[in-house]
Design a protein around this ligand. Structure first.
Ligand code: ZN
Length: 268
């Protein structure tokens, strides 16, 4: 299928301009992470320990490629102080208060396939479950958007991924009816879009948030793997749900209303 991705995205988000990363600082290289030990520094109040996802059913991955049988080791630090600080700030100062949730945030080894996940389990601290960003996915996002554009470096896409995972934590806490994987994932995409637009408004307009970078990643993570039970949605479905969440922010200012609006949009 031939898809004009840029045209599709631009037509859907016309009016949103593109600008720098959340933190306003220059990008730095993301080095290969060294394995840390429990005596190393903390992030987000969680002690730096290594753990592993202890259940397959309770782990919700960002991409359908996630290998649920390979229980990931989790880490409180990426090994890069710049990114630890930038993402830690975004998690603690924005994602947690905007979603009204307090999950622990960590990284994990996704070397077998770039991904992120959320689980109601406490893997690294005492929060409301755990949100984990794969270091391979993060590296890929930084490299991908740095390579394709000089005006973005990939951290907005990474934040959109984290917002998707916070959407799952909202699902764990607010509750959804028993649903297949796909509508649950598209609902999290919707909440990710709502969060990115909320941040854009906080930062005095869409010039401060690269919605297009995040939308591009949502499109790219989609697939046509219809027979896969963990299939999340087509590129178009993921993009449309994300951008519908973006648009919903014009009317919706609280997470419960965004949650309900996403359900209504998806008919779930
Ligand atoms: Zn997901």
């Amino acid at each position: 299928m031939q898809i004009d991705r840029r045209g599709l995205i631009l037509s859907l988000i016309s009016g949103f301009s593109i600008a720098c990363q959340f933190c306003g600082q220059a990008a730095v290289a993301f080095p290969k992470r060294e394995r840390r030990h429990s005596s190393d520094s903390d992030i987000g109040g969680a002690s730096l320990t290594e753990g592993c996802a202890s259940t397959e059913d309770g782990v919700v991955f960002f991409g359908a490629a996630g290998d649920n049988s390979n229980r990931p080791g989790v880490f409180a630090s990426s090994g890069n102080p710049f990114w630890d600080h930038a993402l830690g700030q975004e998690v603690n100062r924005s994602l947690k208060p905007i979603f009204g949730l307090n999950p622990d945030f960590c990284y994990f080894d996704d070397s077998t396939g770039g991904n992120a996940f959320a689980t109601p389990e406490r893997l690294i601290g005492n929060g409301q479950g755990t949100v984990a960003l794969g270091m391979r996915l993060f590296n890929e996002l930084i490299g991908k958007f740095l390579g394709s554009s000089s005006i973005s470096i990939g951290d907005h896409a990474a934040v959109a991924v984290l917002a998707h995972e916070f959407g799952h934590v909202a699902q764990f806490n607010i509750g959804l009816p028993e649903l297949p994987v796909q509508p649950r994932e598209l609902h999290a995409d919707y909440l990710s879009g709502w969060y990115m637009a909320t941040r854009a408004r906080q930062l005095m307009g869409f010039q401060q948030v690269n919605v297009m970078e995040a939308a591009q990643e949502m499109f790219d993570i989609g697939s046509f793997d219809f027979t896969n039970p963990s299939w999340h949605g087509t590129p178009q479905q993921r993009l449309v749900c994300f951008l519908s969440g973006v648009r919903s922010e014009l009317m919706i200012k609280d997470v419960q209303s965004a949650f309900d609006s996403g359900r209504k949009f998806l008919g779930i």
